[in-house]
Design a protein around this ligand. Structure first.
Ligand code: PEP
Ligand code: MN
Length: 263
């Protein structure tokens, strides 16, 4: 809360990048880790374009149990290889408390997905048992207050390194996958000292919307972005429709720099 913590929290990553403060931090990578070739290739491409960290899901919270569930522990190992090749810190989602020790060893930023935003047991243990940065996504239908209270659960346990992530919320609208609530960026920046990043990919669900919504998020004051980038979106095992190619990612990064300088 700003009353007790007037200064913005800045969260350093192992490669010297910082989330929060005055430089835009862009995390990029595929929805899911699919193979060594895929994750290492994408990691190299997004690093060259200026991404500060690599995202990639190993444990996937899929709506259908028949959809690809992620490579799980093998996916973590492949992320480790991509980190070794590029030096990019890795961001990946945790779904169960049973993996906290493993994530502590091989992950740089632990993502709590929208579906687990109110998994209080997970939040409490991430607060007590690790000091790794936690990327806390806003729940599917969560209010800003509920989201900030989930961040409090982590911080109350002792881990102050929380990054908030607006990823769109459920509304009556069905054209987009979710509705990106950009006013939430301004709200949480006023209420909280924590950095906030925006995920235009899950918010829109459509690759062609990602660039403009990313630009809008930076104009709204977001500290960073998390963007799904895939080498072959048509054949992606998860979220291909919202994934942009490394080439399109380059275009997005070029458009963002002047906006980031202006805000
Ligand atoms: C993801 O980042 O791949 C993901 C599943 O996101 P969310 O939890 O926001 O749906
Ligand atoms: Mn995804």
């Amino acid at each position: 809360n700003r009353k007790y913590h007037p200064d913005d929290t800045c969260i350093p990553l192992p490669n010297g990048a910082v989330i929060g403060g005055n430089k835009l931090a862009v995390i990029a990578g595929p929805c899911s880790v699919e193979s060594e070739e895929q994750i290492v290739g994408i990691a190299k491409a997004v690093q060259q374009t200026g991404a500060c960290a690599l995202r990639g899901g190993a444990f996937k919270p899929r709506t259908s149990p028949y959809s690809f569930q992620g490579l799980e522990c093998e996916g973590l190992e492949l992320l480790r290889r991509a980190r070794r090749e590029t030096g990019l810190p890795v961001v990946t989602e945790i779904m169960s408390t049973e993996y906290i020790d493993l994530f502590q060893e091989c992950v740089d930023v632990i993502q709590v997905g929208a579906r687990n935003m109110q998994n209080f047991d997970l939040l409490k243990k991430l607060g007590r048992e690790t000091d790794k940065p936690i990327l806390l996504k806003r729940g599917l239908s969560s209010t800003i207050e509920e989201w900030l209270m989930s961040a409090e659960y982590i911080m109350a346990g002792g881990n102050q390194n929380v990054i908030l992530c607006e990823r769109g919320i459920r509304t009556f609208e069905t054209f987009t996958r979710n509705t990106l609530d950009l006013s939430a960026v301004l709200a949480v920046k006023q209420l909280s000292h924590l950095p906030v990043v925006v995920d235009p990919s899950h918010a829109c669900g459509k690759a062609w919307m990602v660039e403009r919504m990313a630009m809008a998020a930076v104009a709204a004051g977001a500290d960073g972005l998390i963007i799904e980038v895939h080498n072959d979106p048509k054949n992606a095992l998860c979220d291909g429709a919202q994934s942009i190619t490394p080439h399109q990612f380059q275009d997005v990064m070029d458009k963002l720099s002047p906006i980031a300088r202006a805000v």
